[in-house]
Write a protein that binds this ligand. Structure first.
Ligand code: UFG
Length: 338
């Protein structure tokens, strides 16, 4: 049985979906502060024959997470639960250190208490900070420039120490920019408020949607807008399944970048969204958003070699599935508003 923390959130729910598709038994632990009950309900509805237990709880409460291990025989953990907004982390670091770091410490404590020694952890490209070179490989120095990145790096360090002292085998996956949704639109990206590029561009195509705001056109990049490496969420989750196999086969603690090696600028993403939707999307150019590095692109050789993982979806694939999902979400929200 696999425990997925944050399994009602965007990326975590796609992991639960893939695990269920593989026939795994899954326990979802989520506080529902950012995750959605509807997402869990959808997963349960779509997999009536699978075992899936949802436990609402907060990692900051040790008893709540420890109880999960009392109730279920957990073999491995995939740990998504975290706050992940860079700007918010600068304004309210305490919220991030308590939730991300202290919450993870409680999770690891409960794991050790119950002799669970395998974990896949969601880390981030934000642990590298301002890039010294591109593409970024795993040897790139880790110097985060905001509290969010600091929390994720601290957890990586804790996991190293816990492996040495307690044999807690872990794989840290450093995500670049995750995009897209389940191809069947059962689940998808659903943040309130939404800060990410692709959903924000797509939301501008719906009636009542806000004009899309493009942050900064004076960067030293191909067209002046920031370049990012957009990795499809289903490809990303495949790497988690490979990481679980890797740990189950006795793999040592390790860490990998998850990206495509392909950089796309904000303007290029915008053009892809106009192409996929067939609409002229209203756009307004704004100043730079604080803390945005000009370019972030992954070197993914290590994940390819060790995890035998290859992402195969394009940016356009991600925009297509994100758009399909966004339509489902908008209809749902309209229905709920009535
Ligand atoms: N952008 C806009 N308008 C918007 C939203 C975003 O122009 O409405 C721009 C941003 O300024 C940035 C690019 O689009 O240049 C991508 O922004 P996102 O917010 O989609 O993603 P980030 O690269 O800022 O952040 C992502 C994750 C973080 C993680 C970070 C790692 O969301 O959790 O990558 O660098 F920390």
């Amino acid at each position: 049985m696999i425990l997925v923390t944050g399994g009602a959130g965007y990326i975590g729910s796609h992991c639960v979906l893939s695990l269920l598709e593989k026939g795994e038994d899954v326990v979802v632990f989520d506080s529902l502060e950012l995750g959605h009950q509807e997402t869990v309900d959808t997963l349960k509805l779509n997999f009536p024959k699978n075992f899936i237990d949802f436990i609402k709880g907060n990692l900051q409460n040790y008893d709540e997470i420890n109880e999960v291990f009392n109730l279920h025989k957990i073999d491995a953990v995939v740990h998504f639960a975290a706050f992940s907004q860079v700007g918010e982390s600068v304004k309210n670091p305490q919220k991030y250190y308590f939730n991300n770091v202290y919450g993870s410490l409680n999770l690891f404590k409960a794991m050790l208490e119950h002799d669970v020694k395998k974990i896949v952890f969601s880390s981030t490209a934000a642990t590298y900070g301002e890039p010294e070179y591109i593409p970024i490989d795993e040897k790139h120095p880790q110097n985060p420039i905001n509290p969010y990145g600091n929390t994720k790096l601290m957890i990586e360090r804790i996991l190293d120490d816990y492996d040495k002292a307690y044999g807690l085998k872990n794989v840290r996956l450093r995500y670049f920019n995750v995009a897209g949704a389940d191809e069947k639109s059962r689940i998808g990206e659903w943040h309130e408020p939404e800060t990410h590029l692709i959903p924000n561009i797509l939301k501008s195509t719906f009636s009542g949607g806000k004009t899309f705001q493009m942050f900064g056109t004076d960067y030293n990049t191909v067209d002046g807008t920031c370049v990012r490496d957009y990795i499809n969420v289903e490809d990303l989750i495949n790497a988690h399944l490979s990481a679980l196999d890797y740990l189950n086969n006795g793999g040592e603690t390790n860490y990998f970048n998850l990206g495509t090696t392909d950089g796309n600028s904000v303007k290029q993403v915008f053009t892809a969204c106009e192409k996929v939707t067939g609409k002229d999307i209203p756009v307004e150019v704004k100043g730079r958003r604080a803390g945005d590095p000009a370019s972030l692109v992954a070197d993914n050789k290590k994940a390819k070699e060790v995890l035998k993982w290859t992402p195969d979806k394009t940016l356009e694939d991600s925009v297509k599935s994100a758009y399909k999902w966004e339509k489902v979400l908008q209809e749902r929200l309209e229905r709920q508003a009535k």
